[in-house]
Write a protein of this length. Sequence first.
Length: 257
Amino acid sequence: MTYKTILVETHKQVGLIRLNRPKVLNALNDTLLKELAGALEAFDADDAVGAIVITGNEKAFAAGADIKEMADASAVEMHKSDFIPSFDRIRGIKKPVIAAVSGWALGGGSELALSCDMIVASETAKFGQPEINIGVIPGAGGTQRLAKAVGKAIAMEMILNNRTLSADEGQTYGLVNRVVPVENYLNEALALAAEIATRAPLAIQFGKEAVNQAFETSLTEGLADERRAFNFLFATEDQKEGMAAFVEKRDPRWKGR
Ligand code: DAK
């Protein structure tokens, strides 16, 4: 498959997608988001891939939606655009997705990072929702996911007054998993993804789903869903193998069944 706006590679069990519109700091347009969603779905369907990394370049993860392309759009055109359906497809990916962020992650770029399961940031990463500067608000999940990730106080400042967070602040506030020097951020994200990719695939997918449920539902329903998923895993070969391997003091061999 050839793409116009992304580059796709595999590193053993890890799928890597690079956003590739460097002249506009990887500004997100419909084409890029559709290609990104398609590449993620292809990795999700590939049994040889256990985890996925999305990255940009050192200067920008993504500086938001392409302002030049949407400046003259009508409300109906925005409603009909593929922008949000692509975000919904990204949200539906079952395998773990890690954002490797360096430089700008602004607007839709920050929202894309927030849609991933974990964020590995370079020391130069900057997260922000500057939509207020152009007369709008975040529209791809920023008001909701950011408030849940960093809390109301910081989210309000970011959304109402364009406060940007450094990588270290992002880590302090729970947005970022790890902060690493710029020359290592991608390798660190790939290494984290590679480690996760060696683990029991079905348990990884149910674990991701269960944690995401915590942001969607009541505690009682979330606990019930977690218990059902836990019990279901006892129907898998991997649970039998994992527990047998523990008892026999050997490494497990996962089958994803
Ligand atoms: N869109 C288009 N082009 C962009 C861009 C963007 N978001 N960000 C940067 N560029 C372009 C610049 O125009 C410039 O192009 P040329 O002028 O050279 O042709 C090139 O990238 C380099 O940018 P700068 O020269 O500005 O670079 P600097 O280092 O000086 O500044 C910056 C970097 C990131 C601070 C600055 O570029 C900047 O402020 N960019 C805009 C950031 C921003 O406001 N992002 C939020 C966009 S709004 C939707 C839901 C949600 C959304 C859309 C739809 N639906 C429900 C349908 C999302 C909206 C957003 O994300």
